[in-house]
Ligand binder design. Structure first.
Ligand SMILES: Cc1cc2nc3c(=O)[nH]c(=O)nc-3n(C[C@H](O)[C@H](O)[C@H](O)COP(=O)(O)OP(=O)(O)OC[C@H]3O[C@@H](n4cnc5c(N)ncnc54)[C@H](O)[C@@H]3O)c2cc1C
Length: 389
């Protein structure tokens, strides 16, 4: 990709579609649109995948826990997408077995886990490579011997997938560019120009490496800005009400030898929330937290209490390992751009997505998951360009 050349094209041409945001949502839409012959441009304020799309749990998964929120459609779509990505990008999406232990006093009994796992297998249909299995009591330790033994009722083992979220985003973008998309990083949208009737006329962009400013013209404009969606929406309409509820998710990594797992473990935190411990190369990473966040998206940080919360969960599930602050070799924080709801518990807010058109013609996408980016992109392009369905 030649950035200078891309910037010249962005300034000179009128596009069918301009996408603001180079996370998985934006690049997914860019790829889908260019494949349909739509002349597409994309701008990203920092580097591609700099936002939430490099700070996730890195799972391509159905999201077993969303079954509890009765989000069957979301889980089914995600499982189907997982199976497709596994076939399309085996170098980026790897099968990963998960052990889900159940202890006395857990919110969901073993039989409920069994039903959830049966649905999970059923959603992936004949593509289920390894159907789930169940074990009772200490038989679970054959799978993960470091798990706490006290109160262990049983467990299920099932398959999901892991990926490198940032690399997935970059490869989808590369594919979009091969199909003809024009994309530039370090190109931040700073404002919108409207015509006399209030419709979008141009999008103002700053090349943050040189300070040069220029307008981009496009027939349709999509804001795929993740946690920044409300900020960009207010550039278009200062009175626009907030769409998002931002929740912070933190992960920590420890050396693999300090928590040597064979499988990923779906574990419960001290408050009963579902969390993960995921073996990955020389490390095992654990997370995530899920707390409301009200600061500027770019200021999101790992706080001491986030690490403490995860370490307590690690201690609850793997007490023999005695993991402490000194074991933490890395940590990262991301923001979930969830569509606002009245739910008191952030974990109960839907991971689905919605489109919000403004009076000027700007369309904002809010919510979503890494896993379902292809399906989401297809729906968004159908919506923006119905004639290309
Ligand atoms: C802790 C955590 C764990 C998660 N785990 C998983 C998981 O395991 N599996 C899964 O499927 N999903 C997961 N998700 C959800 C998933 O990561 C997100 O839904 C997805 O990455 C959002 O992508 P996005 O492109 O919408 O947003 P982002 O990746 O945040 O991209 C938005 C981009 O817009 C850019 N931008 C903002 N303002 C401007 C501007 N003015 N001009 C130009 N560009 C701008 C930003 O710089 C940013 O790069 C997780 C989320 C979190 C927070």
């Amino acid at each position: 990709m030649q950035r200078d050349q891309m910037l010249r094209q962005l300034a000179d041409e009128t596009f069918d579609l301009l996408i603001i945001g180079g996370g998985i949502t934006g690049v997914g839409v860019a790829r889908e649109a260019t494949r349909r012959g739509i002349r597409t441009a994309l701008v990203e304020q920092r580097d591609f995948a700099w936002g939430t799309s490099s700070r996730s749990t890195k799972l391509i998964h159905g999201g077993l826990r969303y079954l509890r929120n009765l989000e069957f459609g979301l889980v089914r779509e995600s499982v189907v997408e997982r199976q497709k990505l596994l076939r399309m990008a085996p170098h980026l999406v790897h099968p990963l077995p998960f052990v889900f232990p159940v202890y006395t006093g857990d919110p969901d009994p073993l039989w409920m886990l069994k039903i959830g796992l049966m649905m999970y297998d059923w959603f992936s249909g004949k593509d289920t490579q390894i159907p789930h299995r169940m074990a009772r009591g200490k038989a679970v330790l054959q799978w993960e011997p470091l798990l706490k033994q006290d109160g262990l009722v049983g467990a299920g083992i099932y398959q999901d997938c892991a990926t490198d979220d940032a690399r997935l985003t970059i490869e989808v973008l590369q594919s979009a560019v091969q199909w003809g998309a024009v994309a530039a990083n370090y190109a931040a949208v700073t404002g919108f120009r409207h015509d006399a009737s209030g419709k979008l006329e141009a999008v103002e962009v700053e090349d943050t490496l040189t300070g040069q400013r220029f307008p981009i013209r496009a027939k349709r404009v999509l804001s795929a800005c993740g946690p920044w969606a409300d900020i960009v929406r207010r550039m278009d309409d200062p009175s626009a009400p907030p769409l998002l509820r931002l929740t912070k998710g933190v992960h920590i990594a420890v050396r693999r030898e300090r928590l040597p797992l064979t499988n990923a473990v779906t574990m419960r935190g001290t408050d009963g929330r579902i969390m993960f411990a995921i073996p990955s190369g020389a490390f095992t990473y654990l997370g995530t937290t899920d707390t409301d966040y009200s600061g500027r998206p770019e200021d999101v940080r790992v706080e001491r209490e986030d690490v403490e919360y995860i370490l307590k969960a690690a201690h609850k599930n793997f007490p023999g390992q005695k993991l402490g602050f000194d074991d933490v070799v890395s940590a990262w924080a991301g923001l979930r751009p969830l569509v606002r709801s009245q739910a008191a518990d952030p974990s109960a807010v839907s991971r689905g997505y919605e489109l919000f058109p403004s009076a000027s013609g700007l369309v904002t996408v809010a919510g979503g998951k890494l896993t379902a980016f292809r399906a989401m992109a297809s729906h968004i392009v159908d919506y923006l360009f119905p004639a290309t369905k």
